[in-house]
Write a protein that binds this ligand. Structure first.
Ligand code: NDP
Length: 459
């Protein structure tokens, strides 16, 4: 990604160093394209930091930070409703614990492999640092596909998954949460199994819990709301607001639903959302109550939306959602859902703001398109950090054995998102890339972890 334009000898030397580390990452992790992509995005942004501060290079911070502290893979056997034995693969990457216990969600999706878990875990280090909370970076999941499985099968699988995972996690060591395919139901089953295996009631071992057993108010809404709070700051910088804007949101899961809810509350018109089969376009504005019922209660496909709203249209396939004209695009489904061609369509149709609810939804080429066309771009690790930030607040409430009100948590979330935005803006300006939130958030997230690693010595 052409973020930095090298001029001084220090910058050129730093770029060469960063390239060498990147080449080692590629060699050591062959075929892991998502992981390479995530590392490349961050490393390119950090060049000005290495040019200015030799201590990070002298302490081999970069060489250490790209190597997970550990990657655990395990067999997950379970018995389906037909009595047949099924086998999935489980993962947990404990990437970096410099500033706190490993923290990051669990993803259940057939595409899950070591590359995807490592890209997500790597990103999580910097995202968690940006929140200002004391949490390290981790991620996990399985290639299990919850779609089409009965409740009983989901329970059997999650119990087997937790039986192995429980050996490696704990409230002060590693605290998983949800991600794609892991919501309140799955967290409930996993917490039940952990409690059964370990005894006692270690509430802080998982976040995203139900409200009856230690969950935090606002956690369900946090990533989507946080994304909108962050985007509202971006809009404010340009003298704008959500009011009256046309917005396209991809996905119709946890992040999408609450992004839509908050953006609508702020006066925006959301004209499209999607699932992995296709997207709906509703020129009158998406009816969120219908989406919530279809997706959260009935677990149906987004296609059903048009039977209740006949003026809306359904289109098979996800890619063309980005050809719908909008002022603001909020990709909230999955990685690499906007490629260069889609980004060009967005630009041609007048998009002014793109902020990422999903993790790495834009390819490196798509990001180049935004940056070179004056689209104000909010990268995932800053824009979607609200979820993990409130997870950290859930851990704090569990430790204190307290429960804060919705308003208290929401107010803290708003402050955190504002701070992330301001810190990213300031870091970008300080390192010579004013207005570039990719560079700013990567640097701001990196510095806190790097300084801590220097302080801890070579461990
Ligand atoms: P959900 O499982 O609740 O929803 C995911 C949505 O994206 C669904 O609509 C799903 O459609 C769609 N989707 C999933 N995979 C694909 C795919 N390969 N192609 C097209 N659409 C797809 O997940 P979340 O809302 O929790 O997560 C969405 C994104 O946000 C992920 O990138 C996640 O890592 C990120 N994120 C989530 C956080 C959270 O707190 N939940 C925190 C920070 C980031 P379908 O139903 O058909 O599968």
């Amino acid at each position: 990604m052409a973020i930095t334009q090298q001029t001084s000898p220090e910058l050129q030397e730093a770029q060469q160093y960063v390239n060498e580390v990147y080449e080692t990452v590629k060699k050591r992790n062959p075929g892991e394209s998502e992981f390479h992509q995530a590392v490349k995005e961050i490393l390119d942004s950090l060049t000005p930091v290495f040019a200015k501060n030799p201590k990070y290079r002298n302490n081999a911070i970069l060489e250490r930070i790209v190597e997970p502290e550990r990657l655990i893979t395990f067999r997950v056997p379970w018995v389906d409703d037909q009595g047949k034995v099924q086998v999935n693969r489980g993962f947990r990457v404990q990437f970096n614990s410099a500033i706190g216990p490993y923290k990051g969600g669990l993803r259940f999706h057939p595409s899950v492999n070591a590359s995807i878990i490592k890209f997500l875990g790597f990103e999580q280090i910097f995202k968690n640092s940006l929140t200002g909370q004391p949490i390290g970076g981790g991620k996990g999941g399985s290639d299990f596909d919850p779609k089409g499985k009965s409740d009983n099968e989901v329970m059997k699988f999650t119990q087997s998954f937790m039986t192995e995972l429980s050996k490696y996690i704990g409230p002060d060591t590693d605290v998983p949460a949800g991600d794609i395919g892991v919501g309140a139901r799955e967290i409930g089953y996993m917490f039940g199994q952990y409690k059964r295996l370990r005894g006692g009631n270690e509430a802080g071992v998982l976040t995203g819990k139900g409200l009856t057993y230690g969950g935090s108010l606002t956690r369900t809404e946090a990533t989507g709301y946080g994304l909108v709070y962050f985007t509202a700051e971006m809009l404010k910088t340009k003298g704008e607001s959500f009011n009256g804007k046309t917005v396209v949101v991809s996905g119709s899961g946890n992040v999408s639903i609450y992004a839509i809810e908050k953006a609508q509350e702020l006066g925006a018109k959301i004209v499209a959302c999607s699932d992995s089969n296709g997207y709906v376009y509703d020129k009158n504005g998406i009816n969120l109550a219908t989406v919530k019922r279809l997706k959260e209660v009935e677990r149906k496909r987004i296609k059903e939306y048009v039977t209740e709203h006949p003026t809306a249209e359904y289109f098979e396939g996800c890619e063309n959602i980005w050809s719908i004209p909008c002022d603001i695009a909020l990709p909230c489904a999955t990685q690499n859902e906007i490629n260069e061609a889609s980004a060009k369509k967005l630009v041609a149709n007048g998009v002014k703001f793109v902020a990422e609810g999903a993790n790495m939804p834009s390819t490196l080429e798509a990001i180049d398109v935004y940056l070179s066309n004056n689209v104000y771009f909010g990268p995932a690790k800053a824009a979607n950090a609200g979820g993990v930030a409130v997870s950290a607040l859930e851990m704090a409430q569990n430790s204190a054995r307290l429960a804060w009100t919705f308003e208290e948590v929401d107010a803290k979330l708003q402050t955190i998102m504002k701070n992330i935005y301001n810190n990213s803006v300031n870091a970008a300006a300080e390192y010579g890339h004013a207005g570039n939130l990719v560079v700013g958030s990567n640097i701001a997230g990196f510095l806190k972890v790097a300084d801590t690693m220097v302080a801890h010595g070579v461990v």
